[in-house]
Design a protein around this ligand. Structure first.
Ligand SMILES: [Zn+2]
Length: 189
């Protein structure tokens, strides 16, 4: 296990530096590092740790990407997090982004996706890597994990519909590792 070179907690971002060696960061410190590299002020993207939507509380985290800041609202156990995301442009502050995130919660996450084992008209299905499954894939719905066979059952029961979907970045899996060479990271021109 590597620890974050800035704060000392477990690191999950590993960057092969151009000058040699590997830099280790936790997600929060990686966000700070990447903002600095791109000439952005990370304080602009501050957000509350939780937000409440119509009486339900959701945790919030962010991930700085090369094309904006992804904010995730999530709930559930670490092994089966349900999340929605909003990718804010670098010009938008964290407070404004929370309003966008709340719209997405109301539209997608507030109600269960499965109602008595039937897919609702609108919902969220997380698609994740599962090394323990024969096909190495699992699906997360309403804070529970399902296999591909389960998914086929859910789809079978709604034969005759079109499923129109939006693909969005999903909250990083707790404990997942991220590694890249410094040369591919975005940088202020
Ligand atoms: Zn750190």
């Amino acid at each position: 296990m590597y620890t974050c070179q800035d704060c000392g907690i477990e690191a999950n971002h590993h960057i092969s530096m151009e000058k040699g060696g590997v830099a280790h960061y936790c997600l929060d410190c990686f966000n700070v590092y990447l903002c600095k590299r791109m000439g952005l002020d990370i304080a602009l993207y501050d957000h509350p740790k939780t937000i409440s939507v119509e009486g339900q509380r959701f945790r919030v985290m962010k991930e700085v990407l090369d094309n904006g800041v992804a904010y995730y609202a999530y709930k559930g156990k670490p092994t089966a997090l349900s999340s929605v995301s909003y990718l804010g442009p670098f010009t938008m502050n964290g407070k404004e982004a929370m309003e966008e995130l709340k719209y997405r919660i109301v539209a997608f996450l507030k109600h269960d996706t499965l109602q008595e084992d039937e897919l609702s008209e609108i919902g969220v299905i997380g698609i994740v890597d599962d090394p323990d499954a024969w096909d190495e894939i699992a699906f997360i719905i309403d804070g529970k994990r399902y296999s591909s066979e389960d998914m086929m059952d859910f789809f079978s029961s709604v034969r005759g519909v079109n499923m129109m979907y939006i693909m969005q970045p999903r909250i990083p899996e707790p404990g997942s590792k991220w590694a890249a060479p410094e040369s591919i990271l975005p940088k202020k021109e």
